[in-house]
Design a protein around this ligand. Sequence first.
Ligand SMILES: C[S@@+](CC[C@H](N)C(=O)[O-])C[C@H]1O[C@@H](n2cnc3c(N)ncnc32)[C@H](O)[C@@H]1O
Length: 261
Amino acid sequence: MIDTTRPHQARVYDYWLGGKDNFPVDREAAERALAAYPGLRRGVRAQRAFLANAVEYLTRTAGVRQFLDIGTGIPTANNTHEVAHAADPDARIVYVDNDPLVLAHARALLSASRPNTTSYLDADLHDTAKILTEAAALLDFRKPIGVLLIGILQLIPDEDDPRAIVARLMEAVPPGSWLAIFHPASDILADQMSEVARQVSARAATPTTLRTKAEVMHFFDGLEFLEPGLVQVHRWHPGSPAPDMGDEVPGYAGLAQKAWD
Ligand SMILES: C[S@@+](CC[C@H](N)C(=O)[O-])C[C@H]1O[C@@H](n2cnc3c(N)ncnc32)[C@H](O)[C@@H]1O
């Protein structure tokens, strides 16, 4: 059921991206966060650009044909399946989200996409066993998989051990698989960002936990980073110079591979 009495991250994020799938309670939280840090919209656009760049790299350069995109969000331009299918129309994508509004949109998205290539799981990131079992209906766990955790780990508090969650996912995927993460920072523009987190967490179903670069780095333990490693999101641009975005963008992005046997 769609709860319009509390802000939901998927809808707040949709508002920042200029979408229409949000309610007054989401817009109020989103606007309070924007007042705390007016650069936020540019940051979320950089986050979307990272998602597209990472999927493009994985399909066109690394030869990956399967994706597990957890924390999909409300559909917007350049979704994972669109970027992957531009490289290979047979690429397979399993989307996962726990928000009922995302689920409603997913049904429309699936009916418009190429048959048997894209599926959607209504599941929670905490429940890795369910995600892995159900994803195996579409993904072949003998071939490399791109695991995408873009803008979701900040919604898993430390007491829920997000590192163990990521480790369980990366243990289950075969050698040669990849992990892409975007995570908002606690150690860049710290005052503004802690106010952003406070505003989006107030009355929200899920609180936001910002993390330092060292903390985000630990999610990649045991994996091998693609250059440029874990960097501010606007500096992640393999193969071409980083776009000049001026001042600091408070979020980290990285793409790393599980070693081949
Ligand atoms: C900030 S949005 C990111 C959307 C997209 N990945 C992107 O980067 O553009 C975070 C998404 O994660 C979803 N989400 C939050 N907590 C989750 C959980 N525990 N399990 C599954 N999805 C979750 C929210 O519903 C939302 O759609």
